[in-house]
Write a protein that binds this ligand. Sequence first.
Ligand code: GAL
Length: 413
Amino acid sequence: MRKFLTTTAMSLALMAGAAQAAENVEVLHWWTSGGEAAALDVLKKDLESKGITWTDMPVAGGGGTEAMTVLRARVTAGNAPTAVQMLGFDILDWAKEGALGNLDDVAAKEGWDKVIPTALQQFSKYDGHWIAAPVNVHSTNWMWINKAALDKAGGKEPANWDELVALLDNFKEQGITPVAHGGQPWQDATIFDAVVLSLGNDFYKKAFIDLDAETLGGPQMKEAFDRMTKLRSYVDDNFSGRDWNLASAMVIEDKAGLQFMGDWAKGEFLKAGKKPGTDFVCMRFPGTQGSVTFNSDQFAMFKVADDKVPAQLAMASAIESPTFQSAFNVVKGSAPARTDVPDTDFDDCGKKAIKDLADANTSGTLYGSMAHGHANPAAVKNAIYDVVTRQFNGELSSEEAVTELVAAVEGAK
Ligand code: GAL
């Protein structure tokens, strides 16, 4: 009897162990700021409520540059995580290497094809197969303005470049830092996304999507760099290396007038208890109304041991649930990755993000973000980063930057 009990207890324990392995996901991501962590918590809790435990692999560093380096090391060591937060072309690169799993069954069962916009599907599918689960749609051509400072400046939202410059001059007179910025290549590139877009939809498309050498090397590109030089004159002395969320904090704490940043910045304002329209104002970078440079965070699903696949599929399914999409994106600052999620629970900035996205999609003015891996593969993106950052830091004149940009892109293609 005793022996029987021991054996039964042992096999129960073994079964429990197996079940636990099957119900665990190891997730690599770069969501470490206050707002990002709050959004990630919505996902963790959702999975926990479904009996799936979470092993966290955070790799700090906005935009995910560091996370992608750590991922490469993990996969090379034969130890791929279950799911990895990833952007655009990086997903396709991993798919090309044959490293990703297959979500076709769950996608078919849940009808993802009909509700996930094709702009996202381009990165969630490879060779006709689903390889990643999109969790949101962010966009980069936003600015986040301190409302009190804007009111002091007369309260008018700047409608074009000249009005933006006038507002920044006014912030300077108010004795605050006009532009809250963190000098990191991906942040410089995020501003460059918006500046290039503000010089025309065609210009953005030809430069960053088509990588047209004439456009990359033309007079408009010189003007884009000139505008970067102008914006550089409005940052504080300590901007170099600052994390993006600390730049958001400067606007939140009334130390700076505005930040140019994707709508993940809104997550920081919300986390700090700030309200859109009351404490801060969200608006598109002047001159880019009607256009959207988007990036979508997706969870790329890696090939894992068979016993881990059920939890992986359950995670993918949970991410695409409409209720989760609303709950998560309300906190994250992004728009849902599905077109059928009601905007009821979103604040005014969120409602605008959802509407702008739908409108841009219809009018053909929705473009992949260069700065966030949705216009080009990493090699080209990094080549552009390098030139943009050197020019922003005064190492290159606008003329030199234009010449270098053409050469760098050509070399990286
Ligand atoms: C973006 C990502 C966002 C946000 C941001 C800063 O690339 O899409 O979700 O995390 O980086 O870390």
